[in-house]
Design a protein around this ligand. Structure first.
Ligand SMILES: NC(=O)OP(=O)(O)O
Length: 308
């Protein structure tokens, strides 16, 4: 069964074909109005979402399918082993998209599902986001060759899928990541990426910005801890450590890379407010592309369902 759990799954040809098809779908959506006719997408959420929820629902419905959003905690997934619930669920839908806390639970879903499973963001990976990021870069530059992307922020789930995608697509990726979120760390991925020469750790933000086409930042605080009182000390520690790495006019120092952010944004923290709406910003294009690239992904997974 084909699933998308990390973004390590796709080879270069597959990645390019999904991105190119996404651009085609974006330009001519009417040609795909019936592409998913009567196909059902179960959307399981353990955590909050705006983009993943809206873009998957809109995407499949625009292609003639339907989506069933399900809150994990008010479903019986929360009180019964995953393997039994997903064995049932996959008899009532064609694809499952799940935003779960733990990657291990996604692996369990995928192991027992009879239909493709898409990771809608877990503690270790955010492959749909990385697909949209790569599509946006490809749209903007028309190529991945000789393109440099710089990620500035916490080493987290978003970075892992970005590393996997950049390695496959052939982009140079600079990481300015003074804090590592241990829960997300993937040693094997990092070793492979270092060996491939496609990623470079850079300590100095100003140095990294001098040689980049795109700068990408993300929240400093994990979404599930955003309002948690017990997390306040760690939140304060991160803000203090990361503030010198805020993307702002001063830190850009006259450099004019395209500015990316996976949203939700936290103006005044990882990014200065006025940059969000600046001419350099492609943040909304990047967010919009979630839907287009996920449409392409759904078509790919449905077409290749059952293949090893
Ligand atoms: N970027 C992203 O995944 O957005 P949501 O958390 O709103 O789905």
């Amino acid at each position: 069964m084909n699933h998308l759990l990390t973004l390590k799954e796709f080879d270069k040809d597959t990645l390019f074909s999904i991105i190119r098809k996404a651009i085609e779908i974006k330009n001519k959506p009417e040609q795909y109005y019936h592409a998913c006719e009567r196909k059902g997408l179960l959307m399981l959420f353990q955590k909050t979402s705006t983009r993943t929820n809206l873009s998957f629902q809109s995407g499949i419905q625009q292609m003639g399918g339907y989506a069933v959003p399900m809150d994990w905690n008010s479903s019986n997934f929360s009180i019964s082993p995953i393997q039994y619930e997903v064995r049932y669920a996959s008899r009532n839908c064609d694809v499952i998209m799940a935003r779960l806390t733990n990657h291990s639970d996604l692996l369990e879903l995928a192991k027992y599902s009879d239909v493709p499973v898409i990771n809608g963001c877990c503690d270790q990976y955010h492959p749909c986001q990385a697909l949209a990021d790569l599509m946006t870069i490809y749209e903007t530059k028309g190529t991945f060759s000789d393109v440099t992307l710089t990620y500035v922020g916490i080493h987290n789930n978003v970075v892992n899928s970005l590393i996997a995608g950049c390695m496959t697509a052939g982009l140079r990726l600079q990481l300015v990541t003074p804090i590592i979120n241990d829960a997300s760390w993937d040693e094997e991925l990092m070793q492979t990426a270092y060996r491939s020469g496609s990623i470079l750790n850079v300590e100095s933000l100003s140095e990294a910005l001098l040689r980049t086409d795109f700068v990408y930042t993300d929240t400093w605080v994990d979404m599930e801890y955003f309002h948690a009182d017990h997390y306040q000390d760690e939140k304060n520690r991160r803000i203090q450590l990361m503030m010198p790495f805020q993307i702002n006019k001063e830190s850009l120092g006259g450099c004019t890379p395209f500015i990316m952010h996976d949203m939700p944004v936290h103006p005044g923290f990882e990014i200065e407010e006025e940059l969000i709406e600046s001419d350099q910003s492609i943040i909304y294009q990047q967010a919009e592309n979630r839907m287009h690239v996920q449409k392409s992904l759904l078509l790919y997974l449905l077409e290749h369902q059952g293949e090893e």
